[in-house]
Design a protein around this ligand. Structure first.
Ligand SMILES: C[S@@+](CC[C@H](N)C(=O)[O-])C[C@H]1O[C@@H](n2cnc3c(N)ncnc32)[C@H](O)[C@@H]1O
Length: 307
């Protein structure tokens, strides 16, 4: 695996904790729902016997290309170009021993300016993980309603100046749409005061990226699909990079861990239940953060399907 900052590399975060949390069985069947550059997948394959199986998904075509190279050299592995929201439609919908989600964007997505995620390196204003689906960030800014934009900036970016910024962005887009990331970053920096070391456009770029890719909707659907696909005793591992993602994982596991309501007047409850095992969350060590600063906000949660 290449180190942090290398153009084509992605350093997997919380690697040991994730593999230990999944409690890998050498002959087991596993899913990596977010292949990226395969850091977690490769380490997982190293713990499988020749009978084990790993299938991976990614919605990003460049990640899928990297996955195809791995599939060509390891017959236990297969990759699908798909959104994990549709996990249960892409892989056999039951009988899996473990499923991993490593949410958010990969280092290559952030580092390659032509993907349009970076406010530091100029590129076309795109931000789509799958450039063949949906609308680019530039088009989204043109189409979105001012109130929806303000809510997205506030909810997904915790941008305090959301309302004022949304008004200014819509006025500017009306005059002349944004086409480049640097243009948008500069415009935001002219309106939002700088706090600490963070670039003033950091929060807005995160918010727009989350909206353009419907990242939170995909997480909700992906977790439900994963629960369906796990066998009893199978494990779910989910790595989040901000509180919006982690809160969804935590609430999902808590809700699904409660005993079902049994009533003579209601249909019989769904038999699947997760329960949190071990510690409910794992954080990266100081050594991991020093070696890979992108790990600093990572949170891993492990759950187990009970029935
Ligand atoms: C943080 S990276 C994963 C890195 C990977 N664990 C590794 O070690 O290389 C997240 C990956 O998930 C993919 N992704 C994000 N949302 C997705 C979704 N809804 N469906 C499928 N892939 C998704 C992104 O395209 C990206 O490649």
């Amino acid at each position: 695996m290449k180190s942090e900052g290398v153009q084509t590399g992605h350093t997997p975060v919380l690697l040991e904790e994730t593999l230990n949390g999944l409690s890998i069985k050498p002959d087991g069947r596993y899913i990596d729902a977010t292949f990226g550059r395969g850091g977690h997948s490769r380490a997982l394959l190293a713990r499988l016997s020749s009978m084990g199986q790993l299938q991976a998904l990614d919605r990003d075509p460049s990640a899928v290309e990297a996955g195809k190279a791995l599939a060509a050299e390891d017959r236990r592995f297969a990759i699908h170009h798909a959104n994990f929201a549709e996990l249960d439609l892409v892989v056999p919908a039951q009988g899996w021993d473990g499923i991993l989600f490593d949410f958010g964007v990969s280092s290559p997505q952030l580092d390659e300016p032509e993907r349009g995620f970076s406010f530091l390196r100029d590129g076309p204003l795109d931000m789509r993980m799958d450039p063949a689906h949906g609308v680019s960030a530039g088009q989204w800014l043109e189409q979105v309603d001012e109130a929806v934009l303000a809510n997205a900036l506030f909810d997904f970016g915790e941008e305090k100046h959301a309302r004022r910024l949304a008004r200014a962005l819509k006025a500017r887009v009306h005059e002349k749409p944004f086409t480049r990331t640097a243009e948008l970053a500069e415009f935001i920096a002219g309106l939002v005061p700088k706090t600490g070391a963070q670039h003033p456009a950091t929060r807005s770029f995160q918010a727009i990226r989350i909206a353009v890719n419907d990242e939170l909707g995909a997480i909700d659907r992906g977790l439900l699909a994963a629960e369906k696909c796990l066998k009893p005793g199978g494990r779910l591992a989910a790595i989040s990079f901000h509180s919006l993602e982690d809160r969804r994982v935590k609430q999902f596991v808590q809700t699904r861990s409660r005993p079902p309501v049994v009533s003579r007047r209601l249909p019989p409850p769904d038999a699947s239940h997760l329960t949190l095992i071990d510690r409910d969350k794992f954080l990266p060590s100081a050594a991991e953060i020093a070696a890979n600063p992108r790990a600093r906000s990572a949170v891993l949660r492990i759950a187990e399907r009970r029935l």
